[in-house]
Design a protein around this ligand. Structure first.
Ligand code: DHB
Ligand code: MG
Length: 219
């Protein structure tokens, strides 16, 4: 196969068929956010499943998400924490939060999810710590702020997942003037250098093109 974006997407669809399949609640959540015109930047189905597995593999019961969007990834996380588990998810845009609230409730996991509406930088200082897994998927310009809070609100053993660290390879551009690339590079640098983290990052290709995800442990 030629390694084109279309081929990446086709292979990703095959993997999603195998490992996700039909999922009416998730399909409804996507339909609702598409209908509302939200950007189509939610995690891919196979990445949602990865988040779900990471929560269960790590035994996380308290999960923090920064960047709810329409609640698609939130549903994956909330399903994983179990009946006694909780997800706190932060969303800056009230309209997004309303769509997410409805989709999360319709998915049957509403009692596990608290949506905090506001900018991460404003909401994070108000949270009580003890999070076992933190998923950062918000404005890339603030990645280092979010990583700092992830360490402060976590504990040794907390799993941190940082989305969108590939950016079509633009992460190698030291002189980039794209704020998202600058923020992504800063986040990766922090994960590499900050002694609170031990981390790695993987590039991905698939439904969302050429991107990547970083995984870190709070040590
Ligand atoms: C963008 C943000 C995301 O969270 C994502 O998964 C893809 C793209 C963006 O802002 O460009
Ligand atoms: Mg993302």
């Amino acid at each position: 196969m030629e390694p084109t974006p279309a081929a990446w997407a086709a292979a990703d669809a095959h993997l999603a068929d195998l490992f996700v399949g039909d999922d009416p609640a998730l399909d409804s959540a996507l339909a609702a956010q598409r209908a509302a015109g939200l950007p189509e930047i939610e995690v891919a189905p196979v990445a949602g499943k990865l988040l779900n597995l990471l929560v269960r593999m790590s035994g996380a019961r308290r999960v923090l998400e920064i960047g709810t969007l329409g609640g698609y990834s939130t549903i994956w996380l909330a399903r994983a924490v179990g009946d006694q588990g909780r997800v706190v998810t932060i969303e800056a845009e009230p309209a997004n939060a309303a769509i997410a609230r409805a989709s999360i409730d319709a998915a049957g996991v509403g009692a596990r999810v608290e949506i905090r509406v506001g900018r991460g930088a404003d909401v994070l200082p108000t949270l009580v710590g003890g999070f076992d897994l933190v998923f950062i998927d918000a404005d890339k310009e603030s990645n280092t702020v979010y990583l700092d809070w992830a360490a402060r609100l976590g504990h040794p053993g907390t799993v941190v997942v940082l989305d969108n660290v590939g950016r079509e390879g633009e992460i190698v551009r030291e002189d980039s003037d794209d704020p998202k690339v600058i923020g992504t590079r800063a986040g990766l640098r922090m994960l590499a250098d900050d002694p609170r983290f031990d981390a790695t990052a993987l590039q991905t290709v698939g439904a969302k093109g050429w991107d990547g995800v970083a995984l870190a442990l709070v040590v």
